[in-house]
Design a protein around this ligand. Structure first.
Ligand code: 3PG
Length: 307
């Protein structure tokens, strides 16, 4: 089988080498399309691929239609909002993610962003500390849990909200306090770390009301997806409350305007870098390769997201 790794934002070499070894040891061939700049390159490269490994690369209905032999797509990472699941399912193509594999890198970045913002973006002047502040975690999945544990280690009071976790023992195990409503979470959080996926329900769900309810001097930290933010509402809240801050790993569509209007109170990384560590690349990339090898060898569909 031909496995194509199509990554506009390439994996570290060590990860690519590992993916190649797994593929070839299982009797498959590996093709690489890295740093592509045009959708046409992806459409051409997928034409004869049996399996596809991507990161945030857009696997649209057009890409799926062009991939005539495609049987499996693995998103090497957590969020699979970049894959057209309906188009894949209609063709009987299995779509998987690699949950948890890049979580530590994202969690470390979330904490780093909190320190960066509370230390005046590393410019001269008096900053503040994380210790003793309340850290709210919106969605307690793989990344949220790691952020919670690291926040505890830094002496923060950690509270979390996740409507899908009913077992309070999950929070108790980390010394984290579960709160019963999303309203309470935002009302209490000096730092609010977002870990919700981009879905029909969450798109544009974080905006004016949530921000306005946050304590004085609060910072919203987004290492999740830009789509979950209601950007107009965010801008309105930042304009009305000069104490609020927004830091994101996924630049807003209106980031240039936010930067111009709110200066040092907002910051966006130039390109999403949450999962950009050699360790995360190796973890997620090799997991993707193993999942594909196992799928072809045994039909295993563990981690399938379009069942
Ligand atoms: C994920 O969903 O796993 C992260 O957002 C990482 O995305 P990336 O692989 O494009 O860096």
């Amino acid at each position: 089988m031909k496995i194509l790794v199509a990554t506009e934002k390439p994996f570290a070499k060590k990860a690519v080498d590992g993916i190649r070894s797994i593929a070839e040891e299982a009797g498959h061939t590996l093709a690489l399309l890295e740093k592509y700049t045009d959708k046409a390159q992806l459409l051409e490269a997928v034409a004869d691929a049996d399996a596809l490994i991507v990161r945030s690369d857009k696997v649209t209905a057009e890409v799926i239609a062009a991939a005539r032999n495609l049987k499996i797509v693995v998103r090497a990472g957590a969020g699979y909002d970049n894959v057209d699941l309906a188009a894949a399912t209609a063709r009987g193509i299995v779509v998987m993610n690699t949950p948890g594999q890049n979580s530590n890198a994202v969690a470390e970045l979330a904490l780093a962003m909190m320190i960066f913002m509370s230390r005046n973006r590393f410019t001269p002047g008096t900053g503040s500390e994380l210790q003793g502040k309340t850290l709210g975690i919106h969605a307690y999945g793989n990344v949220g849990r790691l952020v919670g544990r690291k926040g505890k280690a830094l002496g923060m009071n950690v509270v979390a909200f996740d409507p899908f976790i009913t077992d309070v023992a999950v929070f108790a195990a980390d010394g984290v306090e579960p709160v019963s409503s999303v309203e309470e979470l935002y009302r209490r959080s000096d730092f609010l770390s977002l870990h919700i996926p981009a879905t029909a329900e969450t798109r544009g769900s974080i905006g004016y009301d949530r921000l306005m309810s946050m304590p004085k001097g609060a910072t919203l930290v987004n290492t999740a997806r830009k789509e979950v933010i209601d950007e107009e509402g965010l801008a309105r809240a930042l304009a009305e409350r000069e104490d609020l801050k927004y830091v994101t790993d996924i630049a807003a569509a209106m980031q240039a305007e936010l930067d111009e209007r709110f200066g040092k109170r907002v910051f966006a990384t130039p390109k999403k870098m949450g999962a950009e560590t050699a360790e995360a690349n190796v973890n997620a990339g090799l997991a993707a390769a193993r999942q594909i090898a196992e799928f072809f060898a045994t039909g295993c569909t563990r981690f399938q997201v379009n069942k």
